[in-house]
Design a protein around this ligand. Structure first.
Ligand code: SF4
Ligand code: MG
Length: 315
């Protein structure tokens, strides 16, 4: 609710604060139990920061995060430990996020050692089980990450993230570094695990095509703001925000005669340290009118399960 995350910009020898990067600027949204909520936007729009704030890996500047109705910033030590088990993250880089000096069995078993103080034998049994669950050969558990392919390394990261049987997982660009064919295998694995374990996902990606098959609903971010939230099918059938329409038009269509005009956005993404007035998208928006540079459009309900932040929504 009303999440803001501002990073100070420091300058000079005295590191004086000369401004703030408004990475996330007053964002409210909800994720329902068992669903996959896709979160998309160009790099620098604040989606990763929002994911980290939701997990309490980063403290929000203001606003609150509720998990099952509990404010995750106001829990005692014991509740916090439980939350840490319930909420996990899968990172983008299957290379950088796995310690190259650790055996795969140590990497997957680490959360069990830290959180459950499990014995070596218990950990080994669970690692075998987890590796089978994510489609890895458990007999390779005492090898190093570099002996595995990119897709396999992402499976190692997934095995680690589900080791403590969490309920909620943030996947931050979990498949972005992988080849397209490997991407769909990892997405299928994530959907299988979701069904079997009753998981809820916040699935972060920069492109809409990646979130399409896995997401029940999609939120689109632009420069620290949520600009549209809709059911996936509705969003693809009829985007209401001009920015969503531009993102959609960038996806190559398989059927050439149904191709819509590609909307090419003018200019670069402005800096989140100094965002444009009014609607932050107005300098690049093909639909912009005078009002757009003056008034900030609020994210409002415009239909069943549908919200948009635009003075002149499409449709
Ligand atoms: Fe474009 Fe105006 Fe809508 Fe912003 S409010 S997206 S500038 S039409
Ligand atoms: Mg990111």
């Amino acid at each position: 609710n009303h999440i803001k995350k501002y990073f100070p910009i420091k300058a000079g020898l005295l590191s004086r604060v000369i401004g703030h990067v408004k990475a996330v600027d007053d964002v409210s949204f909800g994720i329902r139990p068992g669903e996959t909520f896709g979160l998309v936007g160009e790099s620098g729009c604040g989606k990763s920061t929002l994911g980290r704030v939701v997990l309490n890996l980063q403290r929000a500047t203001s606003g609150e995060v509720l998990f099952d109705g509990t404010n995750i910033h106001q829990v005692n030590r014991q509740e916090n430990l439980k939350l840490r088990r319930d909420m996990q993250i899968i990172f983008q880089d299957p290379f950088g996020s796995l310690n190259p000096r650790f055996l795969v069995s140590d990497i997957i078993g680490e959360p069990l050692r830290v959180h459950l103080r499990a014995s070596a034998k218990e950990i080994d049994e669970r690692v075998v089980e987890l590796m089978s669950l994510v489609g890895l050969d458990p007999s390779r558990r005492n090898r190093y990450p570099h002996e595995f392919s990119g897709g396999q390394r992402q499976r190692i990261g997934i095995a680690r993230s589900i080791a403590l049987s969490p309920r909620f997982i943030v996947a931050d660009e979990a498949v972005s570094a992988l080849d397209v064919s490997v991407q769909s295998q990892v997405l299928n694995l994530m959907m299988k695990l979701q069904k079997e374990m009753g998981l809820t996902y916040l699935f972060i990606a920069h492109g809409l095509n990646v979130v399409r098959h896995i997401s029940d609903r999609v939120g689109v971010m632009y420069l620290g703001k949520m600009v549209e939230i809709a059911r996936t099918d509705d969003l693809f059938a009829q985007p209401l925000h001009p920015y969503t329409a531009a993102l959609l038009s960038a996806i190559p269509k398989p059927t050439p005669h149904r191709r819509q005009e590609r909307i090419v956005l003018q200019g670069d993404v402005p800096s989140p340290a100094n965002p444009p007035s009014g609607c932050r998208f107005h300098p690049r928006c093909p639909m912009a009118q005078e009002r757009c540079s003056k008034e900030i459009p609020e994210l409002i309900e415009v239909g069943q399960d549908r919200q948009v932040a635009c003075h002149f929504p499409l449709a």
